[in-house]
Design a protein around this ligand. Structure first.
Ligand code: F6R
Length: 625
């Protein structure tokens, strides 16, 4: 979690750092700060609260200087206070550091520093310990007397950073400056993302390219254990162990326009409305009408290898896990391959026996989620072929997997995942089609699926037109005490996903369950101020859902139904509100049924006055365990 931005160039660093932090605010927003070196002193502004608060401080007293570092925080060690906000300083007060990650052995490092009696800590953070450690190693390496040429000071600082990081257990993306070394920033990463933006007579460091894409689209995605020394007109990458680092300058896929809200009041709404395009992009060039199948070159597997897959494990967290759960139904039904879903956080620590022919997919929008990355690494360590389904190009999961499929959903900035979910479902449907066609699906069945998939973007457009109707429903239920969601088969995980959206952004109590579980206990919750939402397309299990709806009605529970086609006629007598989305093949329905529920969560949150894009206690990408 947390976002960091660094700048060294000829422009005033303050506005650039602040602008970058605003773009990274989705990564954490409980405190923020900057350190900018102006001549012979380090100007620091930091405070608890949002970037806007930091902005006020910087307007009141603008810090001068053309190089500096900055940070937006999602607290792990220490409360979100002014004191715990980054940057943190070393004992000399000359070295300032920002950090994204967790230093697991910070207590023992701190004790070691305290033992020599020269260190005093003013925050509760692990970051301050790292700043002191680097500072003390740097100071200890100073030549006994006399000044040192600036170039040697730079390499001395880099050596101190390496030596400190060799003692660290945990994860870090860091950036630091030293008052005595002009126009120089050092960055390093392990487990937390860090990208170098290469500009003209200026360079940048950031947790995510969105912070710097307004200034440059040339980026170097740093690898774990890279240490980068950044100056205005050059940079040098080496490893923590001191070896020369390999790197490649890539072009960032998106532009500044893509990360603007445009006319939408919130990123979440913008991203919900982008879904026709993002689903189309996820399918683009991947459907072959001639061969009645899909083409997924990124899997890096031959037809024979794909043919030999005997079992699939899908893993991820949160929304990605819900997509995986629908993927399980899809892969079993469409491809006929036994499939299991594993919470990434459990899978990585469990010794789950798997057969040799198991293929593992790690699903992650950000490609940086610590638990999913841990699961991927454990799976690869055990020798299983492990593929990624990621949105973030060049993310750690994408780079560390044996192959995979990019979602191409475009940047997702709203903390609540929306378009990445439907893109993940689209990819899982393409994988189902590919593997199914290698097994039992005929050409005509393949064609039927392709035709249904091709209709999907238009059907999404039609579904989005329901937004005003859904807003009315949200207003009607805004004073409810919570919401229960129910669904069967492909739409049971949609119930989980809808409940997650409601919890995240409205803070209302919400739960998702398989409809049939109602009578096994949940029915005790049913009462007039707790609406039940049934996701019940007109499919093979429609009548079963209808029975469950009757059970809720009999206990005076309000019912909202999301259905397709003729379902609406049969629901009229039993549901208080009905939302009808276009009909499609059963396994494709989740892409359409989830959209009104994303909209419902959104409109409810607005109605309740919540901060939709920055819900409390959350951050977009969870790079800590
Ligand atoms: C929910 C949400 C989270 C993420 C989860 C995994 O709206 O955003 O539950 O889905 O943290 O994130 P990724 O997909 O980046 O691995």
């Amino acid at each position: 979690m947390c976002g960091i931005v660094g700048y060294v160039g000829r422009s005033e660093a303050g506005p650039i750092l602040l602008d970058g932090l605003r773009r990274l605010e989705y990564r954490g927003y409980d405190s923020a700060g900057v350190a900018i070196v102006d001549g012979d002193h380090v100007e620091t502004r930091k405070c608890a609260g949002r970037i806007a608060e930091l902005g006020k401080l910087m307007t009141e007293k603008p810090p001068g200087g053309t190089y500096g570092i900055s940070h937006t925080r999602w607290a792990t060690h220490g409360k979100p206070t002014d004191q715990n906000a980054h940057p943190h300083f070393d004992q000399s007060g000359q070295l300032a550091l920002v950090h994204n990650g967790v230093i697991e052995n910070y207590q023992s490092l701190k004790e070691g520093l305290l033992r020599n009696g020269q260190h005093e800590f003013i925050s509760e953070t692990d970051t301050e310990v790292l700043a002191h450690l680097i500072g003390s190693l740097y100071d200890a390496s100073a030549p006994p007397n006399g000044s040192v040429p600036p170039q040697n000071e730079k390499s001395r600082l880099v050596r101190a950073v390496r030596a400190a990081l060799q003692q660290v257990i945990g994860t870090y993306g860091i950036a630091l400056v030293h008052r005595n070394i002009p126009d120089f920033i050092v960055g390093a990463r392990r487990g937390s993302p860090l990208v170098l933006g290469v500009g003209k007579d200026e360079n940048f460091l950031a947790s995510d390219v969105s912070a710097i894409v307004a200034y440059t689209r040339d980026a170097v995605y740093l690898n774990d254990f890279d240490v980068v020394a950044v100056e205005r007109d050059k940079f040098e990458i080496s490893s923590v162990a001191g070896e020369g680092g390999n790197y490649e300058v890539s072009k960032v896929e998106f532009t500044e326009e893509d990360i603007k809200k445009g006319d939408f009041p919130h990123y979440m709404l913008k991203e919900i409305f982008e879904q026709a395009g993002s689903v189309r992009d996820a399918m683009r060039g991947r459907l072959s009408t001639e061969e009645c199948t899909s083409k997924l070159g990124g899997l890096e597997m031959t037809a024979a290898e794909l043919r030999d897959v005997g079992r699939i494990v899908l893993t991820g967290c949160g929304t990605a896990l819900h997509a995986a759960m629908i993927g399980e139904y899809i892969l079993e039904q469409v491809a006929g391959i036994p499939t299991e879903v594993e919470f990434a956080s459990e899978f990585r620590h469990r010794n789950s026996p798997m057969t040799r022919d198991t293929l593992v997919f790690a699903i992650s929008q950000s490609g940086e989620t610590a638990d999913t990355l841990g699961a991927l690494r454990e799976s690869r360590r055990k020798g299983y072929r492990t593929l990624g389904i990621c949105n973030n190009v060049a993310s750690t999961i994408a780079r560390e997997s044996d192959g995979g499929v990019y979602m191409h959903a475009g940047p997702e900035i709203g903390v609540a995942a929306t378009k990445s979910f439907t893109a993940q479902l689209t990819i899982l449907m393409l994988i189902g089609l590919l593997l199914g066609r290698m097994r039992h699906l005929s050409t005509s069945e393949g064609t039927r699926i392709i035709e249904a998939l091709e209709r999907l973007p238009e059907q999404i457009e039609a579904t989005l037109k329901l937004s005003n109707e859904i807003k009315r429903i949200a207003q009607k239920y805004a004073s409810a005490n919570g919401i229960l969601f129910f669904g069967r088969q492909f739409n049971f995980p949609v119930a989980l996903e809808a409940a997650l959206k409601v919890k995240e952004i409205t803070y209302l109590f919400a739960e998702g369950h398989p409809s049939a579980e109602l009578k096994h206990g949940i029915i005790a919750l049913v009462r007039p101020d707790l609406p039940s939402i049934f996701i019940t397309p007109d499919d093979a299990v429609f009548s079963k859902n209808l029975n469950n709806i009757e059970q809720v009605r009999a206990r005076k529970g309000p019912v909202i139904a999301v259905t397709t086609g003729k379902g609406a006629d049969r629901l009229r007598q039993v549901a208080d509100d009905i939302i009808t989305v276009p009909a499609t093949m059963d396994f494709i329905t989740p892409v359409l049924t989830v959209i009104p529920l994303q909209l419902l969560a959104y409109h409810l949150a607005v109605e309740l006055g919540r901060d939709v894009d920055k819900p409390r206690n959350l951050a977009k990408s969870v790079t800590v365990e």
